[in-house]
Design a protein around this ligand. Structure first.
Ligand code: IPM
Ligand code: MG
Length: 356
């Protein structure tokens, strides 16, 4: 196959981890006889510095013209005090929305070789876990009306959570069909004891579930879900939830896999073009130190092969190379145990390349 991939390296450790993933993609292309063409565009803080806005039109056009998009991370202290409209994060939210990427898949699994790095008691994770968070990505409080006004108690700020039936239906369908290919168990996370959006969410999710044979849905309140995730993560298979609850629960899930440096994500819409990025941020304090973990970004590149290009064997090959590197004891700083040799980002990349 001959495919074009837009690269949005972003800020902080972004350029370093994207370069790692590109090397892995190139190696896979060589091995399986594909051609991947890469073009770079600006997003986030670097785009603000060079063009004055976090999401330049040229970036959006480039992404929409490419077959898929690989993103590093955006943001950093340098841009923290800018007005809300030109913050790096605004670029990230803007591109998700403009590309129509309403689904965010965040798989979290515990590699047997990292059980020692999991913060939970060994008994709690003796069976491992492998769950998929299906996060709604272009609706909810992230995109609702917000502002400042004068309230009864004086000046106040507000953000609004709104979900349409259509938005809930389409994310529910994604979760149900994902579950059909897995164990058939979906946990839908909401706050229906308080929020009206959650009550609508429940109604719609259950109605959609009926269209999917072999799928069962259990509702769970978000506070309980946060607790259950650390009490017994293996009870979960597919979790479907709103934009904000998914943001929070996926960070929690990452910590019990050993490190946030291990979690990839795929953002998808109705077509095959997606945006793939690690769930972690730009880690400004590690930028340029070589001390970051490229695995989440490399796994994200693997998800691109799987979901955008239907290259299953190639994606399996990346997953297997990472698994093998971990089993062989290769560790970056964040996942190293006491006494283990610490590899730099480029050494870890090399270790994975050798195992492709
Ligand atoms: C994520 C991030 C973003 C989000 C931020 C940077 C806007 O936390 O991808 O999880 O909240 O979606
Ligand atoms: Mg987040």
């Amino acid at each position: 196959m001959n495919l074009s991939i837009a690269l949005l390296k972003g800020d902080g450790i972004g350029p370093e981890i994207v370069d790692s993933a590109v090397q892995v993609l190139q190696k896979v292309a060589e091995k399986y006889g594909h051609t991947f063409r890469f073009s770079e565009y600006l997003l986030g803080g670097i785009a603000i510095d060079e063009t004055g806005v976090p999401l330049p039109q040229e970036t959006l056009d480039g992404c929409l013209a490419a077959d898929s998009v690989l993103l590093g991370a955006v943001g950093g202290p340098k841009w923290d005090n800018l007005p809300a409209d030109i913050r790096p994060e605004k670029g990230l939210l803007g591109i998700r929305k403009a590309m129509g990427l309403y689904t965010n898949l965040r798989p979290a699994k515990l590699y047997p070789s990292l059980i020692g790095k999991c913060l939970l008691h060994p008994d709690t994770v003796k069976n491992g876990f492998d769950l998929l968070i299906v996060r709604e990505l272009t609706g909810g409080i992230y995109f609702g009306e917000r502002g400042r006004r004068n309230g009864p108690l004086g000046p106040e700020a507000y953000d609004t959570e709104a979900y349409s039936v259509m938005e809930i239906e389409r994310i529910a369908r994604v979760a149900m069909s994902a579950a059909q290919k897995r164990s058939g168990r979906v946990v839908s996370v909401d706050k229906a004891n308080v929020l009206e959006t959650s009550r609508l969410w429940r109604e719609v999710v259950h109605r959609i579930a009926e269209e999917y044979e072999g799928v069962t849905v259990e509702d769970m309140l978000v506070d309980n879900a946060a607790q259950q995730l650390v009490r017994n993560p293996s009870q979960f298979d597919v979790m479907v939830t709103t934009n904000m609850f998914g943001d929070i629960l996926s960070d929690e899930a990452s910590q019990i896999t050993g490190s946030i440096g291990m979690l990839p994500s795929a953002s998808l819409g109705d077509g095959t073009r997606g945006l793939y990025e690690p769930i972690h941020g730009s880690a400004p304090k590690y930028a340029g130190t070589g001390r970051c973990n490229p695995i989440a970004t490399i796994l994200s590149a693997g998800m691109m092969l799987r979901y955008s290009f239907s290259l299953q064997q190639e994606a399996d090959c990346i997953d297997a190379a990472i698994d093998k590197a971990l089993r062989d004891g290769c560790r970056t700083n964040d996942i190293a145990g006491p006494g283990q040799e610490v590899l730099s980002c480029s050494e870890m990349t090399q270790a994975i390349l050798e195992r492709i």
